[in-house]
Ligand binder design. Structure first.
Ligand SMILES: [Zn+2]
Length: 370
């Protein structure tokens, strides 16, 4: 690793404006760097479905040893992220102005690029390597969702460098996630003159919510009703009320059971108060769950130790690109890169953690060249 080149790359990346849907300059930069390393690089044809000004960057370099791995990170940042000026204070990089830093996820990209520079320049043994840099991760994973479903053949381990936690952190699980939209229809009536002719949609919604078990349901299952809207006037029995919410679980059977219970509560409440309900559930993404004994996880432990890092497993309550890369034939695991207070002006990252992530990428490449 050339630590100066690594930090220069990171600074260059954070200075390129790349809010979601405006990743074209970032994509061009990454494409150039990867082509210089001998990768065959393409930008996929997903602009229309994501609304971005570019596609995802997909690059491939044949290996010098058997095996095939993928390395992934996302190119977009949450706003405000334009005009980032990185400063270093006491070994920590932060942004000088009123912007995020963009270590989420440019520290991941910088580590991948530097590790590839090192491995290629030194002629080290390496498996086939595919690099996937996505657009619009911060917009509900739109870029990863639009990737070709046959991008991978179902066997390729894919390492997504995009989590908090020190380098060496291995995110074993991330939940299935379903979003609910429900609309109750009742019957409007004058609230003072003939309320008995009405059917209150707000009462239906209230009864439904109070019948639901919400919050943390077990160590890996959660549910929430996040928005309620309804009614017209204080003197009208409300004929309409909408609810939005979600449920998540690391386990498919548990998320399905919770979804069914919420559906039942909605239908029962509509029935009880003489109305009806339209229920729409959307799958945001499927879950990811690795066993500690999975050979991929075991190799990650070895790689972390070889990189001088403490391997540590964790599970996440939120989804990431790995959830959708799993539907594209990859065995995708999210890894910590040490970014801290991301999505805020206080976002920062220790130079030691950028270097740690870079060593982890190098060690993963070596570990999977078998
Ligand atoms: Zn991220």
């Amino acid at each position: 690793m050339d630590t100066t080149r690594l930090l220069d790359t990171f600074f260059e990346l954070v200075r390129i404006d790349s809010p979601s849907r405006h990743e074209a300059e970032m994509a061009a930069y990454c494409k150039g760097r990867l082509e210089d390393l001998g990768f065959a690089v393409r930008i996929d044809d997903t602009k229309e479905s994501t609304g971005s000004d570019t596609g995802n960057v997909i690059a491939h370099l044949p290996g010098t040893a058997p095996g095939h791995i993928a390395l992934s990170a996302h190119m977009d940042c949450v706003s405000p992220c334009c005009g980032v000026e990185p400063i270093v204070e006491g070994g920590v990089v932060r942004s000088a102005g009123d912007t995020v830093l963009g270590a989420d996820d440019k520290a991941g990209i910088a580590a991948i690029l530097e590790a590839l520079e090192t491995v290629v320049a030194d002629g080290r043994s390496r498996p086939d390597i595919t690099v996937v840099l996505t657009v619009c991760e911060e917009l509900s994973l739109l870029g990863a969702g639009a990737l070709d479903p046959d991008l991978f053949d179902g066997t390729v381990p894919c390492f997504v460098f995009d989590a908090d936690g020190a380098p060496g952190s291995i995110v074993l699980g991330a939940p299935y996630h379903y979003t609910l939209n429900a609309a109750f229809t009742g019957k409007a009536a004058h609230a003072g003159v003939e309320p008995e002719c009405g059917a209150s949609a707000i009462q239906m919604a209230a009864a439904a919510v109070s019948a639901m078990e919400l919050g943390r349901l077990d160590e890996c299952t959660t549910a929430n009703i996040g928005m309620v809207e309804g009614g017209r006037e204080v003197n009208i029995v409300p004929d309409r009320c909408t609810l939005s919410g979600e449920c998540r679980s690391l386990y498919e059977d548990r998320v399905n059971a919770q979804r069914d219970r919420m559906t039942e509560a909605l239908a029962d409440a509509a029935d009880r108060f003489g109305g009806s309900v339209d229920i729409d559930w959307r799958e945001d993404y499927p879950g990811v769950l690795f066993d500690e004994a999975d050979p991929i996880v075991e190799k990650l432990f070895s790689a972390a130790r070889a990189a001088g890092l403490e391997p540590r497993t964790t599970v996440s309550g939120g989804g990431a690109d790995a959830n959708l890369l799993g539907t594209k034939g990859a065995k995708a695991v999210t890894l910590g890169i040490g970014m801290t207070a991301f999505h805020s002006f206080d976002e920062h990252i220790a130079i030691a953690d950028i270097e740690g992530t870079e060593r982890f990428v190098e060690a993963i490449i070596a570990e999977f060249a078998d």
